[in-house]
Design a protein around this ligand. Structure first.
Ligand code: GSH
Length: 193
């Protein structure tokens, strides 16, 4: 299995989740500006949408979209899923919120022009971080161990740090807790290399 990624992009969530799972996989870096992979392939031929993450299965099948990839990883490695009777549904609920509300809101911030637009975009992101922080069931979204949704949320909190967006204390503690995890350290080191 191969994960196509771009350093510190949203694909870091999938990278961390695969590390947390102990999955057997390789990674290949994508230059999103040139749409070339490290091996020199045209990335648009791998994913016509031109964006990471992409998982290439051993049989050549291609899987795209964070929500689908992270849900697939949780299905293979159930300790990374949601817990309880509604576990899968709660997981999809969190993944969808992170994708469509948080991840998407960062696009508004990146596109914002002028102080007023930047302040408005940051306020929108902060509101969404507050909403999701109120759903925590413990140190992580679903209790005392991380799920694939925590991996995705962690990347959003890293982006918050990078773009100067304040997050609630529960989420800054979560960010530091995640940074201390071996899987996170490995994924970050691989992407920094
Ligand atoms: N709908 C996709 C969006 C993924 C996405 O936004 N990827 C960004 C990096 S975080 C990307 O590859 N953008 C293409 C580009 O910058 O050219 C998903 O949720 O997986």
């Amino acid at each position: 299995m191969k994960l196509y990624y771009s350093p510190k992009a949203c694909s870091l969530a999938d990278h961390i989740a695969l590390q947390e799972a102990g999955a057997k996989f390789v990674v290949e870096r994508v230059n999103l500006a040139t749409k070339r992979t490290a091996a020199g392939r045209d990335f648009n031929e791998i994913n016509v949408k031109g964006c990471v993450p992409v998982i290439e299965m051993d049989d050549g099948a291609i899987l795209t979209e964070n929500v689908a990839i992270l849900d697939w990883i949780a299905a293979q490695y159930p300790t990374l899923g949601g817990s309880g009777e509604m576990g899968r549904t709660r997981l999809i609920e969190s993944l969808t919120f992170i994708s469509t509300e948080l991840h998407h809101s960062f696009r508004h911030l990146m596109d914002a022009k002028g102080d007023a637009e930047v302040a408005q975009a940051k306020a929108g992101i902060q509101t969404r971080f507050h909403w999701i922080s109120d759903t925590f069931k413990g140190d992580y979204l679903f209790g005392d161990h991380p799920s694939v949704a925590d991996c995705y949320l962690f990347v959003m909190t890293l982006w918050a740090e990078r773009f100067g967006v304040n997050v609630p204390t529960r989420l800054s503690s979560f960010r530091e807790r995640m940074k201390g995890r071996e899987a996170v350290k490995i994924a970050l080191a691989v992407e920094a290399a």
